[in-house]
Design a protein around this ligand. Structure first.
Ligand SMILES: [Zn+2]
Length: 202
């Protein structure tokens, strides 16, 4: 924990003095973020850092491979769907950003099978993404194959978002926009999906 406490002390001495008023206002009036980010749990892909965002700006749900499951209101434990419901129906966010990334271990588990030790939950979780594989040509070289899987998984999550009736309704009414992107860890570059392809943000 020492490393974490060191970071906390830096936060208290360096960040807190300039941000305190913002936190206190957020504590008083509550949060009203305009953006929900659905990102991977991967330690290299932090939306707050990538979008240079401050407290109160982003509502974030992170899971393995930044997946959105299909709408399925049953007695299962739907953590991602719960965050989606709260941000869309209660906080009324204006946009949702699904952020995939390069070298995604979850996507690799989907394409090549989960590691032996991660079969209880990772394997079944990644089944959500399996339909994305049908759009990936199997004659690509291994790196291109995984990159294509990563973008197809983002597209699948965007499609799954539209299976939630209150997402579909808000999008149709023009109150909510859906965006997809992919972060390249090696270069730090973000590519955004324009409905047809992923292109770098200029
Ligand atoms: Zn990942």
């Amino acid at each position: 924990m020492d490393r974490l406490f060191e970071g906390y002390r830096r936060f208290r001495t360096e960040t807190w003095p300039t941000e305190a008023a913002r936190y206190q206002e957020l504590a008083t009036v509550g949060q009203s973020p305009e953006t929900l980010v659905i990102a991977c749990s991967d330690s290299r892909v932090d939306p707050q850092t990538i979008f240079d965002a401050g407290p109160g700006e982003l509502f974030i749900v992170r899971n393995v491979a930044a997946l959105v499951p299909p709408y399925k209101p049953d007695s299962g434990y739907h953590g991602t769907s719960a965050a989606l419901e709260f941000s869309v129906r209660v906080l009324k966010v204006k946009r949702i950003v699904v952020m995939g990334h390069a070298q995604c271990g979850g996507v690799q588990a989907m394409a090549r099978g989960a590691p032996e030790e991660a079969r209880d939950f990772v394997e079944p979780w990644m089944q959500i993404a399996k339909p994305a594989l049908k759009n990936v040509p199997d004659d690509l070289d291994p790196d291109q194959f995984l990159s294509r899987c990563e973008t197809e998984v983002v597209r699948l999550s965007l499609a799954n978002l539209m299976t939630f009736p209150w997402v579909e309704e808000a999008v149709s009414a023009g109150r909510l926009e859906l965006n997809g992107c992919r972060f390249a860890i090696r270069t730090g570059a973000l590519e955004v999906y324009d409905g047809e392809r992923f292109a770098p943000v200029t």
